[in-house]
Design a protein around this ligand. Structure first.
Ligand code: HPA
Length: 274
């Protein structure tokens, strides 16, 4: 356990001034690329742009990424909703990537629900598939727990085995089934990006045991686990990894076409969380 962090304290103080309340929402939801509009379904009692919160980096402004934190009722639960995330490929330091997770924890969230877009590697993970993340392979070359000064309340040598909570994974599958979606389990490899993978890299990732590849989520999951949060995460497969027509715009549009599907799964999942 390490000393208090004045920047985290300043963030919480400023959020409380903006109407956020501690210990009201036990669930924090991170909406990945293309799913941001789900945040608009939240009956927010408080919301704030990331850049107005002390300690939050100024978002890089990738097209399609509105970055805002809300607290309120979403799918009949009190939730903290992070619309947009920081990516390492935008040049953010690993501590900046995970500051939102630390804030969620400090506000009292004990469960992190993370969503992302990913490229399918396993043969059955075609465009439009949903993959429940059972495990990850961190190939980003960064780790948010690195640093001479530890993250407040974080375990430095946090175990990552079992990072994706088995009982929440079951709940995610059941939620998807109720939403009329099939979700298959798989391993998510995180790379730095922002370029997509070569064909040789996709073969390598497959050989390493990855079922899908993306450029996010793993830093947040590492931080959440080090802070003792439970994690459940899933990917929307927006393209086959290594396909020659990959583009960010393409991925975003796939994301928004399928936003309704993701929202239904999240609704069922969030309602079933403890
Ligand atoms: N590779 C890496 N990240 C991604 C991809 C991909 O093919 N698709 C969506 N995010």
């Amino acid at each position: 356990m390490s000393a208090a962090d004045p920047i985290l304290d300043a963030a919480i103080a400023s959020l409380e001034e903006s109407g956020f309340r501690r210990d009201v929402a036990s669930v924090a939801l991170i909406l990945g690329s293309g799913f941001g509009a789900i945040e608009e379904r939240c009956e927010a009692s408080a919301h704030i742009a990331y850049e107005e919160v002390p300690g939050f980096a100024r978002p890089a402004g990738t097209p399609g990424h509105v970055c805002r934190l809300s607290q309120g009722r979403l799918f009949s639960r009190n939730v903290l909703v992070f619309r947009g995330r920081y990516h390492a490929y935008e040049g953010f330091a690993s501590r900046e990537l995970v500051f939102p997770v630390r804030v969620a924890r400090a506000l009292g969230a004990s469960v992190l629900v993370a969503t992302n877009a990913a490229g399918g590697i396993r043969d059955d993970l075609l465009e439009g598939s949903l993959m429940a993340i059972t495990d990850h392979i961190n190939l980003m070359g960064i780790n948010p727990l690195v640093g001479r000064q530890r993250l407040t309340h974080a375990t430095a040598f946090a175990p990552m085995a079992g990072a994706y909570d088995p009982s929440l994974l079951d709940k995610l599958e059941a939620a998807a089934a109720r939403a009329g979606e099939s979700v298959t389990r798989g391993v998510y490899a995180a790379v730095l990006g922002p370029s997509f993978e070569t064909e040789a890299e996709v073969r390598m990732l497959r050989g390493l045991g990855a079922d899908a590849v993306g450029m996010s989520t793993v830093p947040e999951v590492i931080c959440a686990r080090a802070l003792g949060m439970k994690v459940v995460a899933f990917s929307l497969i927006t393209n086959r990894a290594g396909s020659r027509e990959d583009s960010h715009a393409h991925n975003l549009s796939r994301g928004s076409n399928t936003e309704g599907r993701i929202a239904r799964v999240l609704e069922e999942l969030i309602q079933s969380l403890p």
